[in-house]
Write a protein that binds this ligand. Structure first.
Ligand code: IMP
Ligand code: MG
Length: 169
């Protein structure tokens, strides 16, 4: 495993993102929507730097087999909250082709949130297929397969406190 982003840098950046969200969501009705499973570690750290009123919900998407995008995106677990007229921020682990995020945006828009923004820990621009706009980005990284801090390879490595590149990938 090769370390790409060290724990201390993640901690610092997540705090900064939390502060930006605090500035932007004063007097709003903030709903953080975590995309399972990859975003749960990031979301839980980010949430603890948010000090405006906030509620949390999750949805689950199935899109990946191993390291290859199947291209097929499916909602496997829906929100439990009604987001109509609320200020939603989608919290993602990584945006790669952008297909998953575009699917989520299109889906959530039909529910008429007052506003819809995106916060992603990682942005991999190299393989982008769909031009999605990102409001909050932790780190822009090269087009390599990364694990750790919630991100997995075949469900392993989510527990790493840093983001690393698997050997040979
Ligand atoms: P996209 O639809 O190609 O943008 O892929 C987004 C989803 O694929 C993310 O939400 C991740 O779950 C997964 N993914 C993409 N790149 C990586 C990676 O480097 N490591 C782990 N998961 C990844
Ligand atoms: Mg994800």
């Amino acid at each position: 495993m090769k370390e790409l982003i060290k724990e201390a840098d993640i901690i610092k950046r997540v705090r900064e993102l939390g502060k930006k969200i605090n500035d932007d969501y004063k007097d709003k009705d903030l709903v953080l929507v975590g995309v399972l499973k990859g975003a749960f570690v990031f979301l839980s750290d980010l949430l603890r730097h948010v000090d405006v009123p906030v509620v949390v919900d999750f949805l689950s998407i199935s899109s990946y087999n191993g390291t290859e995008s199947s291209g097929v995106v499916r909602l496997t677990h829906d929100l439990s909250l009604n987001i109509e007229n609320r200020d939603v921020v989608i919290v993602e682990d990584v945006v790669d082709t952008g297909r998953t995020l575009q699917y989520i945006i299109d889906n959530l828009k039909t529910r008429k949130p007052r506003s819809l923004a995106v916060c992603t820990l990682l942005n991999k621009k190299e393989h982008r297929v769909v031009d999605v706009s990102l409001d909050y980005v932790g780190f822009t990284i090269p087009g390599v397969f990364v694990v750790g801090y919630g991100l997995d390879y075949r469900n392993q490595y989510r527990n790493l406190r840093y983001v690393g590149v698997l050997n040979g990938r």
